[in-house]
Design a protein around this ligand. Structure first.
Ligand SMILES: [Zn+2]
Ligand SMILES: [Zn+2]
Length: 227
């Protein structure tokens, strides 16, 4: 045990066990996603592809996610964001197994040549939190897939946090106009994978894809830790 571990012991977010943020017993509560759904209509869709008809409303070809957003995963994501505990996320990523990534690796060919764009944080949020969890995930996915990360998007200072809004409609309205394209970047026809920690209503990734598409981006995909 290191001195740091002695001075700042880790407690399991699930059960309080000392020594890890996610103890082996609680790790079993994390469940990989087996059945894919279309991000637009929420109905079953093989490999989480957006149905051809739904693609006319939502310009995202597929939404790939690793784990179900169950109560335990909710707890993990909340602790990372609001207790500023990036160590929890690092620990989770360090314990991901090849089996967890099976669904993602099916996309390796489809994703080839794509750039991985994390959902940015506003500067003020980044200053208080000290890290962007979407960037940490983007780097993880970039090493798994052998793809480069990109930094095309900017984000205005925040509106109401999306998590505080319940309805899909409110979330879409709240996020509209917060992203912009970084001056001077060219994204025409580029294949881009948008990365976020959680996709729930899809409002955030939808808005990011809208900005990228309006500047000529090619195919857009979404990749998230949880959904
Ligand atoms: Zn535990
Ligand atoms: Zn659909």
């Amino acid at each position: 045990m290191s001195l740091k571990d002695l001075l700042y012991p880790k407690f399991c977010v699930g059960c309080g066990f000392i020594g890890a943020y996610i103890c082996p017993k609680c790790f079993k509560k994390i469940t990989p996603i087996i059945r894919g759904v279309c991000l637009w209509c929420g109905k079953v869709s093989g490999d989480s592809l957006t149905h051809p008809g739904c693609l006319q409303r939502l310009n995202i070809v597929a939404t790939v996610s690793i784990f179900e957003y169950n109560p335990f995963m909710k707890k993990i994501v909340k602790n990372v964001k609001y207790r500023l505990a990036r160590g929890i996320l690092d620990e989770l990523l360090n314990n991901i197994t090849p089996e967890h990534l099976e669904g993602l690796l099916k996309f390796k060919k489809v994703f080839s040549g794509a750039l991985i764009q994390p959902i940015p944080l506003s500067t003020s949020k980044l200053n208080t939190r000290g890290f962007n969890q979407a960037l940490i995930l983007a780097k993880f996915f970039s090493s798994v897939l052998g793809l480069k990360t990109a930094n095309y998007l900017t984000r205005k200072n925040n509106v109401t946090p999306q998590a505080e809004l319940k309805s899909r409609r409110e979330r879409y309205k709240n996020i509209r106009g917060v992203f912009g394209l970084r001056p001077g970047v060219r994204i025409r026809d580029k294949k881009i994978i948008i990365v976020d920690d959680v996709v729930t209503t899809g409002a955030t990734v939808y808005e990011a894809s809208r900005i990228l598409k309006s500047h000529g981006a090619g195919e857009i995909y979404t990749l998230s830790l949880s959904r």
